[in-house]
Write a protein of this length. Sequence first.
Length: 637
Amino acid sequence: MSYSYFSDSYAATAEKPVRHSGRSNYNPPHLRDQNTRPFGYSYRSESQPPNNGRGRGRRGGGRGGGGGRGFVPGYSELDRQFREPYRRTYDTVVEKLNEVEVVDEKPSMGINFDAYEDIPVETSGSDVPKPVNTFAEIDLGEALNDNIRNRCKYVKPTPIQRHAIPVALAGRDLMACAQTGSGKTAAFCFPIICGVLNLQSPPEAAAGFGRREMTAYPLALVLSPTRELCCQIHEEAKKFCYQTGVKVAVAYGGAPIGHQLRSFEKGVDILVATPGRLTDVIERSRVSLKRVKYLALDEADRMLDMGFEPQIRKIVECLDMPPPGRRQTMLFSATFPEQIQRLASDFLSNYIFLSVGRVGSSTDLILQKVVFVDDMEKRDCLRNLLRDQKANGNLGKNALTLVFVETKRGADSLERWLCQIGFPATAIHGDKVQYERERALNIFKNGVTPILVATDVASRGLDIPRVAHVINFDLPKDIDSYVHRIGRTGRAGKSGLATAFFNAKNSSIAKALSELIKEAHQESPSWLAQYVDGSSSGDRCYGSSKFGGRDYRSSNSNSYAADNNSYSTTGYAAADYGGANGGSGYDHPSSGYDTADYGGASGSVEYAPPPPAEFSDCYGGGGGGHGYESIVAGGWE
Ligand SMILES: Nc1ncnc2c1ncn2[C@@H]1O[C@H](COP(=O)(O)OP(=O)(O)OP(=O)(O)O)[C@@H](O)[C@H]1O
């Protein structure tokens, strides 16, 4: 079965939405009136409204304007009229899509643990609990164990889970760093759920179950920087908590607050939230943090950088949350710049530092390619890349491609252009209302638009199983953002491909990029060396060691290789984490939107020159070495 099957269905069933003033008919760009057709897709665009510009008209629509997750009750009549026709169309597409997936998709074969066998692990802090090898070795309780085995189909813990879960179950504070896609969510969720279950008073009593309480008193709080990641963690946590009696609720900006508040009335044991919305519900006295025993910060370095730190400090230090020592705090990320570690230690008490793989390293599972492309040639290069990818079919027929750009305007512009030249794309960024953001993510995940153009709002945490290729159309300014972006592929033991478009403007990241690629046992292009000297802000100064230099406290560390289980003391390599954290793309507490709109990076000029030599070398039909044809993103088919 091919995409044309469901794209045909989409067009055939599409109905024209009712237009209301002040709210445009949102029409997916790839279904707007076009002259070209993607990949031989046969859209029937007659049933779609013409492409009259952006077709959105909802910029600056405010936080409350976007609607919630899907089609929840409580929307206004106008909202309903606007959404209803689309909903029916969309449901039909998803239905068809599900049929396709049933036929096409093989069941998940689970994580490729071999990919993690040799990964070095380092711990520091006093009395570090021993890691475990199996879930059976840890007493997580029958219901949770059952969910791990039967609902999640996790056979054994990933390295971060093997090490972090015993630490957390021992009641210790933890700062944990592990590569993208290596299972950090479960590593903090399992001990939290277990702890909630074990608390002396039953969760029902603590949370006010059985009577309609105006204020919820969660026992655990999980904070995340973006709304989408917040939703994802909420979904994961609900899966883990199935039939345990533990109640999980979510609070994030952009969705109707009333719906979230009503959900609290049933009691909340674990609250997953973004900082802005959390502050809001606390100020309305609908949530109190005074019973919080567990605090987890996912993407903790991002949560504690300049953008979020004041808000987090307010939540953790100025409201009614118990202080360190009376609550257990866990910080997780794939990157942890040293100055953020220093800052984070304010929130921790006698904590254990744990790193699985090098702090801020990418996983070897991701094949990284750097291509020299001038700004003027980027679009042409992207077109050829996507065309070759489609023609070769080498990433698997249901593979998804994620394209990162620097600006929100750049994302819209590139999305429009891709659709015009026949590639079904959608875009996600902080100027879209929440409804559009979630919809973009959904149609990407489902493969309706297998290309997603994104700002950094999609760079962290999102776990989209079939992302086989991440393209950095615009490279970020700091290497940590690059690590998170490419980490959207190569997850859970699967392999992935990451392509970066590099030119002189990216010199500041050259050194760190080159080191990162070498560290992943891959070849950095020789021409990159000439830009390395100019590197500054993106540079993290890796040092010569392949492993070391993490815990900023930097003494008395225990480290051992994951495969021999014997601890040995090691010194640290000198490391300077630099830590220029880019400021855009996140769900900022105050606004709910990206902090900056940098103006259009991507011009709308049509480019005609042939692809640069490097591009042909890398991706042409050679097939040798790491040539593009030789890359099969294992596990996608
Ligand atoms: N023990 C396990 N066995 C099999 N799959 C697992 C296991 N633990 C987690 N996974 C799967 O691995 C994938 C990645 O997990 P997760 O999203 O928690 O990664 P992460 O480390 O938080 O990534 P990121 O740094 O990007 O946030 C998920 O699809 C998850 O279901």
